[in-house]
Write a protein that binds this ligand. Structure first.
Ligand SMILES: Nc1ncnc2c1ncn2[C@@H]1O[C@H](COP(=O)(O)OP(=O)(O)OP(=O)(O)O)[C@@H](O)[C@H]1O
Ligand SMILES: [Mg+2]
Length: 412
């Protein structure tokens, strides 16, 4: 047996042992007996993430509550144990040594990220974050991924919602949500994770085919996240040959002209993206590669000094697909409940009820389309306006039906 296979088996055995041991110590208690729930931070079919104050004093903590109806015990224990294992790293959200189960839920505590997640940062349509903020995120998320990967763990769900903020200037950000994390070598099936972030080798999986889980999948998603932060758009809807934006990118990787959506980037950043987004996963650089590029300008004409206030030019990304990141990451998840989570968070924090209702129904309807018909939609959405434009539709869906599902105000 090869050394790496032995390592994989050892890692698996250790995680199993940790889960079994932890599982024996999880007490039975009702949430309300021990905590007062102060605020909901996120919700969905998996359960809820809440800010809660211990009734016996002490600082509020974040509780991830997973409905037993939708979560088996092993899933809960795996996420909690992985979270605990990663807690020693400064760029991984700290899971606290508090876990319990009630009649209806499993729960574990985490430190609070007071500034929310990367979707909460103000970002105008077709405009990314200030470069200095992007670079701070890049450096810290890369460090978190490097730490995970050095422990043979693959996150599998690197996306804006899962990067948590401790301040709005991104001086301290952490990678969170280890719910999909698995050990390297684990057999991955199609459609894991959010689609625009999925690497081409994952998008190419069909039916019961599997792929050996590899850190290079996280690196791909990380590079997509960086593109989103720099531009306010996703580079493509899916890394498939049928996606014109992805096709343009592949051609560029093969020596053709730089596609329009990549032209705003300087030479250094282009090189960085080409290495992180190598089509061949064996040639993909590790995430920490970004550190080599931090001193170079990334987006042409955009300064790298100063914080928050500085923004880049409004470069019109003709190839850009998504005008905002928050709505689209939620819309493009493959599980209706998860999308509902973001929608309900949106509703929770928005002062304009009608706008929030629109987003809720939009997200739900989109998921219906996505989930049941598996078609590819490329959406153009301006978050703060009440319209949705489906700019490109592939598949057998008649336009009238899409219009009906997406709801009033949409146009094709
Ligand atoms: N420790 C925390 N501090 C502040 N907010 C948090 C924290 N943990 C989670 N959240 C908020 O709750 C949301 C959902 O949490 P989390 O990602 O852990 O749940 P999930 O259902 O597993 O998510 P996903 O849909 O990405 O799989 C996050 O996107 C974030 O906005
Ligand atoms: Mg999440």
């Amino acid at each position: 047996m090869e050394a790496s296979e032995e390592d994989e088996e050892e890692n698996e055995a250790f995680l199993e042992w940790l889960m079994a041991r932890t599982g024996r110590e999880v007490p039975l208690q009702e949430l309300e007996e021990r905590y007062e729930v102060l605020e909901e931070l996120g919700s969905g079919t998996y359960g809820r993430v809440v800010l809660a104050e211990p009734r016996d004093g002490g600082s509020p903590v974040v509780l991830k509550l997973m409905a037993k109806e939708h979560t088996d015990r092993r899933t809960f224990l795996r996420e909690y144990c992985i979270g605990r294992c990663l807690s020693s790293h400064e760029a991984c959200v700290r899971a606290l040594p508090v876990a319990f189960e009630s009649a209806t839920h499993f729960a574990f505590a985490q430190e609070l990220a007071p500034a929310g997640d990367l979707c909460d940062l103000p970002s105008s349509p077709q405009e990314g974050l200030a470069e200095v903020l992007v670079k701070r995120c890049a450096s810290q998320v890369a460090a978190a991924l490097d730490f995970m990967h050095s422990r043979a763990l693959v996150h599998r769900d690197v996306k804006l919602d899962n990067v948590l903020l401790f301040d709005s200037e991104c001086r301290r950000v952490k990678l969170g949500d280890f719910g999909l994390a698995r050990l390297q070598g684990w057999p991955v099936r199609a459609a894991a994770g959010a689609l625009p972030y999925a690497a081409p080798e994952l998008c190419a999986l069909r039916g019961a085919d599997t792929l050996e889980l590899d850190p290079s999948l996280d690196v791909w998603a990380f590079a997509v996240l960086l593109f989103c932060l720099c531009t306010g758009c996703f580079p493509w809807a899916a890394a498939l040959a049928t996606d014109p934006q992805f096709e343009g990118f592949s051609a560029w990787q093969g020596g053709r002209a730089v596609p329009p959506s990549w032209r705003p980037f300087g030479a250094g950043a282009r090189e960085m993206f080409r290495r992180l987004l190598a089509l061949d996963p064996d040639r993909r650089s590790p995430a920490v590669e970004v550190h080599k590029y931090l001193a170079l300008p990334w987006v042409a004409g955009r300064g790298s000094e100063g914080a928050g206030a500085e923004r880049g030019p409004r470069h019109a990304l003709s190839g850009g697909l998504f005008c905002t990141t928050r709505a689209v990451t939620s819309c493009l998840t493959t599980t209706p409940g998860r999308s509902g989570k973001r929608a309900s968070k949106q509703k929770h924090s928005s002062s304009e009820g009608r706008k929030a209702d629109f987003l809720v129904s939009y997200n739900q309807n989109f998921c219906k389309i996505w989930h049941h018909l598996g078609m590819t939609l490329i959406l153009r959405q301006e978050l703060w306006k009440k319209w949705v434009k489906v700019s490109r539709v592939r598949g057998k869906f008649p336009p009238g039906q899409i219009s009906a599902l997406v709801g009033g105000g949409s146009s094709l």
